[in-house]
Every structure is written in structure tokens, then in C-alpha cells.
Design a protein around this ligand. Structure first.
Ligand SMILES: Cc1cc2nc3c(=O)[nH]c(=O)nc-3n(C[C@H](O)[C@H](O)[C@H](O)COP(=O)(O)OP(=O)(O)OC[C@H]3O[C@@H](n4cnc5c(N)ncnc54)[C@H](O)[C@@H]3O)c2cc1C
Length: 412
């Protein structure tokens, strides 16, 4: 019996385990996670604005796994890739024939000087955790004017469009409350534009301008002073604030750094970008944010990786050559406020382009629409009932569709 151990029971670990259970019914599949709280992370964006309640976006982790899958609740301490063994913090040793690394990206706020100092979770906050998003809801509800700065400390981050969405929703929120003229909104990013890909960056910078959000580029945050209300960049530029909403530095899980040969200097796992096999060992595969592939760290990418990784694990078990077909497909709804959203769809080689998704008669790309907003809202249902159980989106495969795109563009 093939023993498959899946590290992490978030988006990627859950959907991979459920798909593996179906594809390899004879295998023993065990998922390990440090807690039993599965958060629908895209919902964190809505909590600060009172558009979702924390309890609506959380479910027990083990209940998302199909019958017959083992679940161990413990932190991973180390992985010994020489001996094919996982050591858990509770002292258990799990041997494996195939290992799936799905421990995602970890927030490292303590790596930025002063970020978790005075004012943390009050005048300095984040919506990237459930606690932070919940605290921010309280802070925003009593915020009656001043300078609100949304700051990304460094890339890569999960869902690179989420901080932009926060800016757009903040504009909507303060208008609804009738105090928009008393709030100055600033978006400070380490990038040289609003987003990484040129066509989308131009469109998103235009939207920030239309909504009166100041864009500050190439701002690399060195320290945060919550008492004085000031972000300081490595180039000595300063941005004052009354409320800072910060997306902290991200890294891979710390056990990866304690596991010789498994990770890189940021604790992400070097991975073949087309097969999802790790570069460390042929029997180690990686799904989701834990991989160092040049795709967005997004649930959509994790979902599209699902059938490729399961196909390749099955081939590995049968001793067949792997299928190098993952193309980096990413697909993100970008909430823009006032019940509208943009949609972007891209992969390793093709940047987000205008047109329609998935075909010429589908959802509008790079254009605000109510249909896209409904798509974003409906996605939460699909997450729990389709994506995590390991189903495909009807009519949408893992490869990026090209037929509805306005023109072919190529960039890396
Ligand atoms: C605010 C926000 C908004 C987002 N919006 C979107 C969106 O609109 N669209 C989109 O596609 N994506 C979005 N994302 C990104 C998406 O949620 C992630 O990319 C996706 O969840 C990645 O899946 P994963 O399995 O790699 O990681 P995760 O789902 O984060 O799972 C990792 C798991 O590993 C576990 N783990 C970590 N370390 C250990 C350890 N040492 N031992 C045991 N277990 C461990 C964790 O507890 C966790 O359960 C958003 C993310 C955030 C934060």
C-alpha cells in the first residue's frame, strides 16, 4: 500500500488529498495540520468592512476531507528527505512513499522592525489573518477621518491583488458612511507599478486614480513606528498615517528551514513549474503557496494545480514519466466596490489581457462589472462544495483558455 503524507490541510492539501483518495483508492492518505480551523482566506477581505462575519468564513478542517483519509493535528517539526520520514511536534514519526508539501505561506510580521510594536492590531493592523481582519472591523467602524495607508512590505504575497481590493472597498466604505472627504487613502507598494503585469497595472493604477487613492511605488518598508504614526522606507522616505493596514513579509513554513535539502532561503520549496515535482526528491511534490514556482500565490492557482499534481503522483507511483503540463494558470476576481469587480486571467507566459473568460461570450476581463462581483461572491460556495472536494469548475480545465482573449501577449 502506497503511503502518501500531505503536509498542510488548507486549500491545496485538502483538495489534493480528496483527489488522491479518488485517483488512488488503494493508497493510505494522511493529512497533517497544526489546527482544525480552515479559513476561507478570500473572505478576510470582506470582514473589515462588515460584509462578512468571521464565523461565516471558517469551517472545521477535518470535515473537508473525504472518508478514508487520515487526519493528524500537530505541527510538522522536520522532514527527513533522506529517510522519507516526517517528524511531528507531538513526537510522532510518519514514514511515507510520497510526500505532498502544502503548508502554504506564513506571515512574518516580526521581521519588520516595529510592526508588532505599539499600536499593533489598533492603529497598525492587517486583514491577512482572521484576528487582524476582526480587529480591523472594530477599528474601521470608529475611524472618523485621517490618513489610511495600505502597505505591502515585500513580495511575494498571497493574492497580490487583495491590498488593491482593500483600497477600492475602503473608498466605497467611507463614501457609504458619508466621510470620504475626511479620509486620505494611500497605497504604498514595493513594486514600480500598481501590479506586476503591465496591462493590468495600467488599468488598476487608473482605478486607484479614479477613486482618489494615492499610489506610492518602490516603497520598501524598513520600519513601522506605531506611536508616531509613520512608515519608514529603506531609502529614508517616510509616510505618515493615522491607520496603517499592512501586508507583512511572507515566507514558507519554518519547518522547511529545519529540513535539510527541502527549501530555499525563504523556506519555499524549489519545484518544477510544469510537473510540480520538488527539485529535492522525486517522491516529494508541492502544491499551492509553498512552491517557489513563478505563479501567483493564489487559491485559483492551487486549484488549477490540483489535477496536474494528482496525475503526476499517480504516474510516479506507476513508474511512468511525468506530465509537464501546468502552465501557471491564475484567475482572480478583483472587487472594486459598489457591487462591481474586475476579472483577470493569465499564466506563466500570457499577462492579463482584455476580452472575455472562458470564451468570447463569458465574463468580461479587465473590466468592472456586476457579473464579476456576483462571480466573486458565488466563489465562496464553490470553494467549500466544489474546489475543496476536488471537483473541476464546469467547462474550465486547468490550462488557461485563450479563445476569449483580445490579443495574445507574451511576457514572463
Ligand atoms: C486576505 C487574502 C485574500 C485572498 N484572496 C484570494 C482570492 O480572492 N483568490 C485567490 O485565488 N486566492 C486568494 N487568496 C490566497 C489563497 O487563500 C491562498 O493562495 C491559498 O489558500 C493557498 O493554499 P495553500 O494550500 O498553499 O495554503 P493554505 O491554504 O494557507 O494552507 C496551508 C496550511 O498549512 C498549515 N501549516 C503551516 N505550517 C504548518 C506546520 N508547520 N505544520 C502543520 N501544518 C502547517 C496551515 O495551518 C494551513 O492550514 C487570499 C489570501 C488572503 C490572505
Amino acid at each position: 500500500m502506497t503511503r502518501i503524507v500531505v503536509l498542510g490541510g488548507g486549500t491545496g492539501g485538502t483538495l489534493a488529498a480528496n483527489r488522491l483518495r479518488r485517483a488512488l483508492p488503494g493508497a493510505e492518505v494522511t493529512v497533517v495540520d497544526l489546527d482544525d480551523v480552515h479559513v476561507y482566506q478570500p473572505g478576510l477581505l470582506f470582514v473589515p468592512f462588515g460584509l462578512a462575519r468571521p464565523e461565516e468564513i471558517v469551517r472545521p478542517r477535518h470535515q473537508q476531507l473525504h472518508a478514508g483519509i487520515g487526519y493528524r493535528q500537530s505541527a510538522v517539526d522536520t522532514v527527513d528527505i533522506e529517510r522519507d520520514e516526517v517528524h511531528l511536534a507531538d513526537g510522532t514519526l510518519l514514514g511515507y512513499d510520497v510526500l505532498v508539501v502544502a503548508t502554504g505561506a506564513t506571515l512574518l510580521p516580526e521581521e519588520t522592525e516595529g510592526l508588532v510594536g505599539p499600536g499593533w492590531m489598533e492603529s497598525v493592523s492587517t486583514f491577512y489573518t482572521l484576528d487582524g481582519a476582526t480587529a480591523l472591523e472594530r477599528t474601521l467602524s470608529t475611524f472618523d477621518g485621517g490618513k489610511l495607508v495600505v502597505n505591502v512590505v515585500d513580495m511575494p504575497i498571497k493574492c497580490p491583488v487583495a491590498p488593491l481590493e482593500f483600497c477600492f472597498l475602503a473608498d466605497w466604505y467611507f463614501r457609504e458612511r458619508g466621510i470620504r472627504d475626511r479620509v486620505e487613502l494611500v497605497y504604498a507598494t514595493p513594486l514600480d507599478a500598481a501590479f506586476t503585469k503591465p496591462v493590468a497595472a495600467q488599468r488598476l493604477a487608473g482605478l486607484l486614480g479614479e477613486k482618489g487613492v494615492e499610489l506610492v511605488t518602490e516603497f520598501n518598508t524598513a520600519s513601522v513606528d506605531g506611536s508616531a504614526g509613520r512608515l519608514v522606507g529603506y531609502d529614508a522616505r517616510e509616510i505618515g498615517f493615522d491607520l496603517a493596514v499592512v501586508v507583512p513579509l511572507h515566507g514558507g513554513a519554518s519547518y522547511i528551514g529545519r529540513s535539510p535539502g527541502l527549501g530555499d532561503e525563504l523556506n519555499f520549496v524549489p519545484t518544477d513549474e510544469h510537473t510540480l515535482q520538488s527539485k529535492a526528491r522525486p517522491n516529494v511534490f508541492v502544491i499551492g503557496d509553498a512552491a517557489n514556482v513563478p505563479a501567483s500565490k493564489a487559491g485559483s492557482v492551487t486549484h488549477f494545480e490540483g489535477d496536474v499534481i494528482v496525475e503526476n503522483i499517480s504516474r510516479h507511483v506507476r513508474g511512468e514519466p511525468l506530465d509537464a503540463r501546468f502552465d501557471g494558470h491564475a484567475n482572480c476576481f478583483i472587487e472594486t466596490g459598489f457591487h462591481k469587480a474586475l476579472l483577470i486571467d493569465f499564466n506563466y507566459d500570457t499577462e492579463p489581457l482584455p476580452g472575455h473568460f472562458p470564451t468570447a461570450v463569458g465574463l468580461p476581463l479587465l473590466k468592472e462589472s456586476r457579473l464579476n462581483h456576483l462571480g466573486k461572491l458565488m466563489f465562496q460556495w464553490f470553494y467549500w462544495h466544489g474546489l475543496l472536494p476536488g471537483r473541476d469548475l464546469p467547462g474550465i480545465g486547468s490550462a488557461m483558455p485563450r479563445s476569449g482573449k483580445a490579443r495574445a501577449g507574451a511576457q514572463r
